[in-house]
Write a protein that binds this ligand. Sequence first.
Ligand code: NAD
Length: 287
Amino acid sequence: VWIREFVTAVDGGRPAPSVASGRYAEQFGGRLVLVTGAASGIGRATAIAFAEAGARVVAVDRDAEGVTRTAESAWLSGAPQAWAETVDVSDEQAMEKLAEKVAAEYGVVDVLVNNAGIGFSGSFLDTTTEDWRKVLDVNLWGVIHGCRVFGRQMAERGQGGHIVNTASAAAYQPSRALPAYSTSKAAVLMLSQCLRAEFAGRGIGVSAICPGFVHTNITSTARFAGVSHEEEKRLRKKVTRLYGRRGYPPEKVAEAILRAVARDQAVVPVTPEARGALLMSRFTPRV
Ligand code: NAD
């Protein structure tokens, strides 16, 4: 404990404690949690929230430097142990190797968060085959690989577990600007529900998290190709009006992820406009 306090005092690296520190300690203390896309944004916030609840954390990302920083912050935030693994989730063999290594060195994962993803915008006619492959490789295949390699280990162990997949409100809200991204997320949403049905008898829960517009690298660097400049300005203004200049914080999505696992929720829209869009999609598809 004193080493942690010393490092924190010198480094100032400990993020502000969130709601996870107390509320979920009983549920996740000592559990092994693996989060992909953990170098930044929602994944980083999620790794830290689990760490605050006392979980052992494996942070995975293709960004080696970023994921090392997250593992350090997780340790400083209360994780008894935290590791960084540099892996591209779209690479099936690398994911298989990762699963073998994690099982051999740290144990079978109790909670898996398949969160790594990339943004892509552009109208259907402007989206090339290569673009489609890039988006589907990471956003869909990355989730499939994660569910398969770690889900199999959970099933074989026979002690339950939980898988969270980060989908998006785009999964059920059609948009002419995001056909490839939205299609990848709709697939993740359906995959999560199918897997939930298959794994129910094994005590393994599966949740799909559907955030609306959250302030992270994906959204701050996103180009709204396929929409006019005026439309983009209007969109950004709307988001600012809804959540203020700093936007909807990734920490609140992390909180929703911990809650989804704790309560075994199936589909979780996060942010008010994501909840509104889900409600609307039940009546009629909207563009
Ligand atoms: P982000 O860019 O901050 O984080 C994404 C992380 O995934 C990055 O660290 C990146 O390096 C990593 N990553 C990308 N491709 C990878 C790969 N092939 N292998 C391993 N790691 C990879 O963005 P974010 O907003 O935190 O995104 C996290 C997830 O949330 C994504 O799946 C995204 O689609 C989803 N999402 C985000 C929003 C939003 O508004 N920010 C809304 C809905 C859904």
